[in-house]
Design a protein around this ligand. Structure first.
Ligand code: ASP
Length: 579
């Protein structure tokens, strides 16, 4: 049945709403000609398409409407004659007869066919994106995205969050990626920075007493593009005052699960949590794909005093592949090469056979070592066990990646598995100048039990930062923020950020904190990624109306482009290229 809003001044209803309940009524629809078939000079059939479906239209005589012409058709809703019902169409039982067809716009032959079954070159699709989005698949994806946004907004509103828009022309933000800058015409030689996130703005809103803020925010980072990354992306960004990490995780879980339910019809169970250390120990990564098991096994103790050179390393980790004994030698070589590319010295493999371990290394192992390998993760005859011996981080990285390669499945394939990863380290390494690097951003609150370690052993400090992971993709991150000046200056000094630099970069935030900053915490997750997973798409471009290519170009508009000499002058710029 047509809904109230379908009727406009030009049409009565949408094509997909024409059904047997309207038999005998005269209706007007509008749309594009998907197909035209002529039966001699006296009868023509048009398939008229809008975003809701295709309606067959029967015209007495000929009609000069070719493919993709825009038409307005008035006719009588009729049963299709017996034997001509089309089960594959929702409107397959009906057609419009005695039609008059008005041509609203003609169309040239399209550069590619709008058929989801045809694999059109992506460059062509992006060049003509306005046509590409006429296809069912793109219509579905973008409408799915709208449904996700709708339910996220509803969930945030219902939880008392207030939507506030923050500026795009802004100052540097603390996420640490390369920034897009915008030259100022009125302030020669000065630049705005496009926000990598509304991080500082939302913290200021907490000082401003908003209590709970959210925004479906566009964020911009000038980083290399990948399947799950574009220059500009959209986050559900939120922040709340007088809350703990658990409160924030509950707000976000509610929003994500509502969105999942809205678009899949099924509400996933509660989202489990795991510490960062457990994620690394068991899955070798801080974004574990929990749709499959294959946990890593730690054999470091067994090999602590080994005579086998290949195993002489602080960490020995193992991974069992059920049924993997059948892997060919060339596949094993491939996997070994992949492991080496990730920095491993090698990849040891052991076939579990009824006669014991089968491997070039087997004869070097003592009984305890052989036994331990034979028992990895309940291994059985016919399985394969892989081992990597290295520093802890390297062993995790290599076996974590191998686990994903061997267990992998398309990112959108269900059942979807969400997991919170908590207690990230506060610092993730040391830069070239010997300063610690913030794992999240410099405003992240250390774990309350680790405050003492800040001065004595900062690398060991855990943070109150948490990520949400879905099917092995990091959806987003958040943290409890530092709202105390003393802790903030300790963290800045560990990061090698001088008072002067802190003042320069974040002075307006630190200044604001002097006027009564409530304890606060927040989170942001990528809507592009979430929708891509719901849509079963590996590349977020498929859920973005007008994405950029891998090299950052917009093939449709031609951006980025040179600007006129006049614009360059007005902006007080000098370029070394183009213009
Ligand atoms: N601003 C952070 C980000 O974009 C998220 C947060 O901490 O709220 O990753």
């Amino acid at each position: 049945m047509p809904t109230d809003y379908e009727a406009t001044s030009l049409r009565d209803l949408l094509c997909g709403s024409v059904s047997t309940s309207l038999i005998g009524q005269t209706v007007t629809v509008c749309g594009w000609v998907a197909k035209r078939r002529e039966h001699g000079e006296h009868l023509a059939f048009l398939d008229v398409r809008d975003h809701t479906g295709i309606l067959q239209v029967v015209v007495d005589g000929t009609v000069d409407a070719r493919s993709e012409y825009v038409v307005r058709v008035t006719g009588t809703v009729s049963h299709r004659p017996e034997g001509t019902v089309n089960d594959r169409l929702a409107t397959g039982e009906v057609e419009l007869t005695e039609c008059t067809v008005e041509i609203l716009a003609s169309a040239e032959a399209l550069p590619f066919q709008l058929d989801d079954r045809i694999d059109t070159d992506e460059q062509v699709r992006l060049r003509y994106r306005f046509l590409d989005v006429r296809r069912d698949a793109m219509q579905r994806n973008l409408r799915l995205r709208a449904a996700v946004n709708r339910s996220l907004r509803a969930a945030m509103d219902e939880q008392g969050f207030c939507e506030v828009e923050t500026p795009l022309l802004w100052a540097p933000t603390p996420e640490g990626a390369r920034e897009f800058v915008v030259p100022s015409r009125l302030h020669p030689g000065e630049f705005y920075v496009l926000p990598q996130s509304p991080q500082i703005a939302k913290q200021l809103l907490m000082v401003g007493g908003f209590d709970r803020y959210y925004q479906i925010a566009r964020c911009l980072r000038d980083e290399d593009l990948r399947a799950d990354r574009q220059f500009e992306f959209t986050q559900l960004d939120m922040e709340a005052s007088f809350v703990t990490q658990d409160d924030v995780m509950a707000f976000v879980s509610r929003a994500v699960l509502d969105a999942a339910e809205a678009v899949t019809g099924v509400r996933p169970g509660p989202i489990e949590s795991m510490t960062w250390t457990a994620a690394l120990d068991l899955y070798g990564t801080d974004k574990p794909d929990l749709r499959f098991g294959m946990q890593l096994c730690d054999l470091s103790e067994v090999f602590a005093a080994t005579d086998v050179k290949a195993f002489g390393a602080p960490t020995v980790k193992a991974l069992r592949l059920a049924g993997g004994a059948e892997l060919s030698r060339s596949r094993l070589d491939q996997l070994t090469d992949a492991a080496k590319e990730l920095g491993a010295k090698g990849l040891a493999w052991f076939r579990i056979t009824s006669d014991g371990l089968d491997s070039p290394l087997a004869r070097f192992l003592n009984d305890t070592e052989s036994q331990a390998i034979s028992n990895v993760d309940g291994a059985e005859v016919g399985d394969m066990v892989f081992c990597v011996a290295d520093e802890y981080a390297a062993a995790c990285k290599v076996l974590g990646a191998l686990r994903v390669t061997l267990g992998s499945r398309p990112v959108g394939e269900g059942p979807h598995h969400y997991v919170w990863v908590t207690e990230f380290p506060l610092f993730e390494g040391i830069d070239d100048d010997g300063n610690l690097l913030a794992a999240h951003h410099p405003f992240t609150m250390p774990h309350p039990d680790d405050l003492e370690l800040l001065s004595s052993d900062p690398v060991k400090v855990r943070s109150q930062a948490y990520d949400l992971v879905l099917n092995g993709w990091e959806l987003g991150s958040g943290s409890v923020r530092i709202h105390r000046a003393d802790i903030q200056s300790q963290v800045f000094s560990a990061l090698g950020i001088s008072d002067e630099e802190a003042e320069n970069r974040f002075g307006f935030l630190l200044g604001a904190f002097k006027y009564g900053a409530p304890p606060h915490a927040g989170f942001a997750f990528g809507i592009d990624r979430l929708v891509a997973i719901f849509a079963g798409e590996e590349n977020i471009r498929e859920v973005i109306a007008f994405p950029k290519t891998q090299s950052g170009s917009d093939l449709m508009t031609g951006a980025p482009k040179s600007i006129t000499a006049r614009q360059i002058r007005d902006l007080h710029l000098k370029t070394t290229k183009g213009s």
